[in-house]
Design a protein around this ligand. Structure first.
Ligand code: N01
Length: 929
């Protein structure tokens, strides 16, 4: 369930495209529209909708920020979705204790939910209580539909026209019109001849007594399933017209358990935090990596458990690959079909209720109570309108294509919504230069962060298309968006900006990321999912939700803010915005040249908003996958948790290649001073490279680099000696440094006994291992052995580097700034060590180092320091090449099973080693870059 509706309502039995309807009303109203100076109808912010979004928006902007705010809602009172959807059985399907406001700690302590999953009347009571508590009604015009929203370029304000012909203006326009608030009413032929009562689940405002009636329900989505479960108990006869069966799973509702409520309230803050760190915004934490990685028995146990515990646990808290992998999905779909067959007595009806032609979860999964048992009542009849479609509506009922007729007194349309884009398009929005949103979105939504649009200054779509919206617990998603908007308004006021708008580059990149994420899932395979806009004839088939999960989305938004509103342009007037939003170099917190004053202008930095191509979609899931398994960053995980998380990389690697030989040896007496020697196939003696694993001096092991080491050995035809070392915090600086060098020495002295040629020796490593490898190479200049190659993969260069990439990718890109700080704190004995040239490589003497290759990744906190280090090496006369991989993040080099483009980095590394160590050493390995 989602939020308020203020627009686009259609009368039952007639489907008018919302934009057409709004445009007609608007054209009359706009005739006498005035522009210019603020008047009594001028406001700071206009808010659309009086549901969860509208209530908090008014409270926040008016009471917390002191702005002049006016709200509109077509309804006669607050409630949004919960105002309009009063059909029997309407109920939330996220636990109420989580599906509620979190911004007011006292409210959440005081409010008592009577059921685990509250029914519609109770949620409406809650929203009325909130409306009273924050006294929002005095700022809302109820019973008022907005029919046009037009940017006035002279006044730099939005003009908002109502169906009463009034025009109000505001600097900022915030739509809380919801995602599922424009009902779809199919235009069945003959529907105007029907003499019974037609009801629309999405526009159901009064109690209707269906006892003793003959009722027809068209549609078996979440609304239909909830309604059918209740109506079947009272109707004389119930005919369910089903086109596509659904995978419904038990909601698990029950009256609130006082002990459970007390326990939840005692740790409410913690629960909210956990919710915001979960893909769907609920504090579930039991998801298993893969349905295919466990035995059939173990899988069954997980499914049984999640089925019994209810809520979205089966969907989101069972196995992480259900939405990505057809075979994994099949296991869930088979399980649900089996359970349906157990519950429905008539086998033919059971088969008809079993979905077979689309994967589970690609249509929004409904939750149910006794839905399948409804079909065991003799009065409930399932009618298959896929094989025999609805032909016409006749005066007394429904006639199918083959002529069969069903007489019904009441016909209920549970036929869904024009989701996500519908509510915005219904408002007939026109932005700068007369550009209509409907035209901009002719091929699908174009947004930045699912919240803002290029060409539409100061306009914000709360839980808009291409944001996590319906895949993120709505009240929390709404609060996050409104807090972002509030911060943006504060930022503008603090810097005398009049307007803000995303750049087209930032928007294009967001659209790319949203679509790319979707393409990695099974969603595009569903024929009629509203997630894809596929339920509305003629609607562009594009994913409408951001599938990267709430934590990743929140991290991106946070990064945008902390980086000077990366991807947005600010200006003193919208006329100055054009150049700033379209130009190529100013996407990062850009300030238009003619802006009056900003205090925010910053050098353009390479960032997700400015660079192309975008982050590789496979990597978008890595952080999310870690979080889904309860990992919320290295500092929070602690030493043991951090180590376990890095060991988990092994599950994301390709199968280990066969090599000629694998030999384990020790190079010291400590159990961590181990080597694993990977000898390639073929005739030796082979050149040799010592490889030092990364992991922030704290984590990592030979097991984690086993797969890449084999890959390098076989690709380059060299012996790879993977070394581990004493880790922090048990062993602090310089233990790891000493060990990396000791491993190098051991190799030089012993490798001949394993088929290696110690005269053709190199060293390499990734991340902190890169720093250790480089430090060992620097030491080897003085103390030997002589080296012929240095390979640095996404290396750390200095604990205190201060570079744009450390800021740009501070959160949400595998290694976060906070992780770097935490790792440093584990390894260093004190802050004075940060200038030690063994740790601050940029302070070391680099002369005489062997030919060096540095691989960097576009979206890596460490990118810039590594590239600057390359320049220093060149200045020091070292043959150096640096290769940046667009779209990649830190650690992609290790994740061969999850990141297809990892192979490009491996090939680059192997080519370098082959040229530097295997081929004629008389020629330079490569030109100085
Ligand atoms: O709509 P839907 P909904 N002839 O689009 C059928 C939220 N919600 O209102 O699949 C015959 O899911 C259509 O058939 P098909 C939730 O996010 C939440 O039920 O296109 N049938 C389908 O069966 C949910 O996903 C809650 O073949 C026609 C049905 O109508 C979203 O709202 C409760 C037809 C539409 O299903 C929408 O759910 C309720 C035609 N011409 C809703 N046209 C909770 O929180 C359409 N259909 C619990």
């Amino acid at each position: 369930m989602t939020d308020a509706r203020a627009t686009g309502r259609t009368t039952p039995a007639t489907y008018v495209a919302p934009t057409t309807q709004a445009a007609q009303a608007a054209s009359a109203a706009q005739a006498d529209m005035t522009t210019g100076a603020p008047s009594a109808t001028d406001h700071d912010v206009i808010v659309i909708g009086a549901g969860f979004a509208g209530i908090y928006a008014i409270h926040k902007f008016r009471d917390r920020m002191g702005l002049d705010v006016l709200g509109f809602d077509a309804a006669s009172d607050v409630g949004g979705t919960w105002y309009w959807n009063r059909y029997p059985g309407a109920r939330v399907d996220i636990e109420s204790v989580h599906y509620s406001y979190s911004f007011d700690p006292e409210l959440q302590q005081e409010w008592h939910w009577t059921e685990k999953f509250a029914a519609q009347p109770e949620i409406l009571r809650y929203l009325n209580h909130c409306a009273d508590r924050y006294d929002v009604r005095r700022s809302i015009r109820f019973g008022t539909r907005v029919v046009a929203v037009t940017w006035d370029e002279q006044a730099d304000r939005w003009q908002v026209t109502t169906d009463a012909g009034e025009v109000h203006t505001a600097r900022w326009f915030v739509s809380g019109a919801g995602t599922l608030s424009v009902p779809k009413t199919p235009d069945f032929p003959g529907i105007e001849t029907y003499t019974g009562q037609i009801l629309l689940t999405g526009d159901w405002r009064e109690d209707v007594d269906l006892a003793g009636k003959r009722v027809g329900v068209i549609g078996v989505g979440s609304s239909g399933i909830q309604a059918i479960s209740e109506i079947s108990k009272v109707a004389d006869a119930l005919y369910v017209f089903q086109r596509t069966p659904n995978y419904a799973t038990p909601i698990g509702n029950h009256p609130t358990d006082p002990a459970e409520e007390a326990a939840e309230k005692a740790r409410y803050a913690e629960l909210r935090d956990a919710s915001r760190n979960h893909f769907l915004g609920v504090p579930y934490a039991d998801v298993q990596p893969s349905a295919l990685a466990v035995s059939a028995q173990q899988r069954r146990e997980v499914f049984d458990d999640r089925w019994d515990r209810g809520g979205f646990r089966f969907f989101i808290d069972s196995f992480g690959d259900i939405l990505f992998d057809t075979a994994a999905n099949d296991t869930a779909a088979d399980y649900i079909r089996d359970r349906i067959r157990e519950r429905v007595t008539d086998p033919a009806t059971a088969e008809l209720l079993c979905p077979t032609d689309y994967p589970y979860g690609t249509k929004r999964p409904p939750l149910e109570t006794d839905y399948y048992e409804a079909y065991n009542r003799p009065s409930t009849h399932l009618v298959d309108v896929k094989s025999n479609p609805i032909g016409t509506i006749v005066p007394h009922g429904v006639r199918l294509a083959d002529g069969t007729e069903y007489d019904v007194d009441v016909l209920i349309l549970a036929t869904g919504f024009d989701a996500c884009t519908g509510p915005l398009l219904a408002m007939n929005i026109t932005g700068r230069n007369g550009v209509r949103l409907a035209d901009e979105w002719a091929d699908g939504p174009q947004t930045y962060l699912g919240l803002t649009m290029a060409g539409f200054p100061n306009l914000y779509a709360v839980t808009g298309p291409q944001s996590p919206s319906v895949l993120y617990n709505m009240p929390l998603a709404i609060e996050d968006h409104l807090d972002f908007i509030g911060d943006a308004i504060d930022h503008m006021r603090a810097h005398d900006h009049t307007v803000m708008e995303p750049t087209t580059q930032a928007q294009d990149q967001w659209v790319y990321e949203t679509n790319a994420l979707c393409d990695m899932t099974l969603l595009p395979t569903s024929a009629s999912s509203w997630y894809m806009g596929a339920n509305i004839p003629g609607k562009p088939r594009r994913v409408l939700v951001y599938l990267g999960g709430a934590p990743r989305y929140r991290a991106i938004c946070h990064n945008v803010q902390r980086n000077n509103y990366r991807g947005f342009a600010f200006a003193a007037s919208s006329r100055a915005l054009g150049a700033a939003t379209a130009s190529s170099g100013t996407a990062s917190g850009a300030t238009a040249p003619s802006a009056s004053s900003s205090g925010t202008s910053s050098p353009a930095t390479s960032s997700p908003a400015t660079s192309s191509p975008a982050l590789d979609p496979s990597l978008m899931f890595i952080v999310e996958a870690l979080r889904a398994q309860g990992f919320t960053g290295f500092p929070a995980a602690g030493v043991a948790g951090a180590r376990a998380a890095v060991e988990g990389f092994v599950d994301l690697q390709a199968p280990r290649k066969e090599v000629g030989a694998v030999i384990d040896r020790a190079y010291g007496t400590d159990p961590e001073q181990q080597l694993r020697i990977f000898v390639p196939e073929g005739e030796g003696p082979f050149p040799v490279v010592v490889y030092v694993h990364g992991g922030g001096f704290v984590t990592g092991s030979i097991e984690v680099v086993d797969e890449p080491a084999r890959d390098l050995a076989s690709r380059a035809g060299v012996i790879v000696v993977a070394a581990t070392y004493r880790c922090a915090p048990e062993h602090r600086f310089p233990a790891a440094h000493e060990d990396a060098y000791a491993a190098l020495r051991w190799t030089a002295e012993n490798i001949a006994g394993y088929g290696g040629a110690p005269t053709r020796l190199g060293i390499g490593g990734d991340s902190a291992g890169g720093l250790l490898a480089a430090a060992a190479a620097i030491r080897a200049q003085q103390e030997g052995p002589q080296l012929s190659a240095l390979l640095l993969v996404n290396p750390l260069v200095s604990p205190v580097a201060d570079t744009p990439s450390r800021q740009d990718y501070a959160e949400g890109y595998v290694i976060e700034l906070a992780d770097l700080q935490w790792f440093g704190a584990q390894y260093l004995n004190g802050p004075e060590e940060v200038t030690d040239p063994r740790l601050a490589l940029d302070a070391a003497d680099l002369t005489g180092l062997p030919p060096t290759l540095i691989l960097t990744s576009e979206y890596d906190t460490l990118r810039d320091e590594a590239e600057q280090f390359a320049e220093q090496l060149i200045t020091a006369g070292v043959e150096t090449s640096v290769q940046r991989f667009d779209g990649m993040t830190h650690d992609a080099f290790l994740l061969s099973g999850a990141v297809p483009r990892c192979v490009e980095q491996r090939v680059a590394a192997a080519d370098f080693l082959r040229r530097a160590l295997v081929e004629d050493a008389g020629e330079p390995a490569f030109a100085v870059a």
